[in-house]
Ligand binder design. Structure first.
Ligand code: ACO
Length: 320
């Protein structure tokens, strides 16, 4: 026993920032960003907190699932940009929803949402949860150095959510980590202890773009093949691949290395940028609401990011 998805939702802040908007204060251009990364615009918070993004996405998912917050047995949030170090984003979300269940966060950077699906699967396997809310929510805009054109043009803010109920849709999965601080890192502020001697660093995304790119393509290709095999399927059986939206060229490179027909790879990075742990559930919700999924469609979700981490799973979609 694991789970099936009974509702999806997403929310992104209203403020749309185009590449041309960025070019007003950065030495960049729409042409560079759209050809190198695949982003044309992203949503950026003006007043919204990460918890508010998570709340709105969750409300949409709960409404689709016909589930009241009081029915939830567990809230799981994947994030690297919670509003507070404590309470967790999940506890802040629980308060906004008026739910009464256990709630916790997980940091696996962009791979966090699939890590949380894996966590949820464990609760269902033990029979300790009947309804679980899983959320990926990020306010990446507060983790960016807005003077660094090599990182700030890539990311965006948003949240996506799924409501899970007991079922058997989670056919196979893989979660992976290889500790590395050289490729992607976001330092925490060091605080004000008069006794701590290390120099403090700015708490913004540091990224070696080309190394990230190589890790991402390799991880995605390997993980997708592995989970399809674990599920006893072939690449031809896969209806859609829903990859983490980090860079369109990463998705294109992985496409060329796999034998899944290219039109089955989904993307919305053009409109949202890289929303880290939120990118997969935002994309799943858009496709779901567009009526793209048929009953029993096999979907592959895959992600990679800071950690370094990667994750992938195969879901058998159930139409309701
Ligand atoms: N506008 C214009 N020029 C730029 C910009 C910009 N926004 N950013 C960098 N450049 C310049 C560089 O300064 C460099 O100039 P130079 O040749 O004069 O030195 C030139 O463009 C090429 O720079 P590269 O870094 O070699 O560009 P590359 O083609 O590798 O693209 C990018 C950079 C987009 C970051 C790419 O490496 C990439 O997408 N990597 C993966 C990043 C990723 O996936 N991140 C997400 C995972 S992290 C996470 O999810 C938390």
């Amino acid at each position: 026993m694991n789970f099936e998805v009974i509702g999806t939702g997403h929310y992104a802040p209203e403020n749309v920032v185009t590449n041309d908007d960025l070019a007003k204060f950065l030495d960049t251009s729409d042409e560079w960003i759209s050809t190198r990364v695949g982003v044309r615009e992203r949503r950026v918070c003006t007043t919204e907190t990460t918890a508010e993004l998570a709340y709105r996405a969750s409300k949409n998912a709960l409404e689709m699932a016909g589930t009241n917050p009081e029915e939830l047995d567990l809230i799981l949030c994947a994030t690297i940009s919670a509003d507070d170090a404590s309470p967790s984003l999940a506890c802040n979300l629980q308060k906004l929803l008026g739910a009464e269940c256990p709630a916790m966060d997980l940091n696996a950077a962009c791979s966090g949402f699939i890590y949380m699906l894996e966590t949820a699967a464990g609760f269902f396997a033990r029979g300790t949860a009947k309804k679980v809310l899983v959320v990926g929510a990020e306010r990446m805009s507060r983790l960016l150095n807005w003077n660094d054109r090599s990182t700030c043009v890539i990311f965006g803010d948003g949240a996506g959510a799924m409501v899970l109920s007991a079922g058997s849709s989670y056919l196979a999965s893989k979660i992976y980590a290889k500790g590395n601080t050289d490729v992607i890192r976001i330092p925490h502020p060091q605080g004000m202890s008069p006794f701590y001697k290390n120099e403090s660093e700015e708490p913004f995304v540091l990224m070696n773009g080309q190394e990230t790119f190589k890790f991402a393509v390799n991880a995605m290709t390997k993980d997708v093949q592995e989970v399809i095999e674990k599920a006893g399927l072939t690449q031809e059986d896969i209806a859609y691949v829903i990859p983490h939206q980090a860079n369109l060229r990463i998705i294109d490179s992985a496409k060329r290395k796999l034998s899944i027909p290219p039109e089955r790879f989904c993307s919305n990075i053009e409109r949202y940028g890289n929303t880290s742990a939120a990118s997969i559930p935002i994309l799943v919700d858009e496709l779901n609401r567009d009526g793209k999924f048929k009953d029993n469609d096999k979907l592959v979700l895959c992600s990679f990011g800071g950690g370094l981490s990667s994750a992938a799973c195969v879901l058998e979609w159930k139409c309701r």
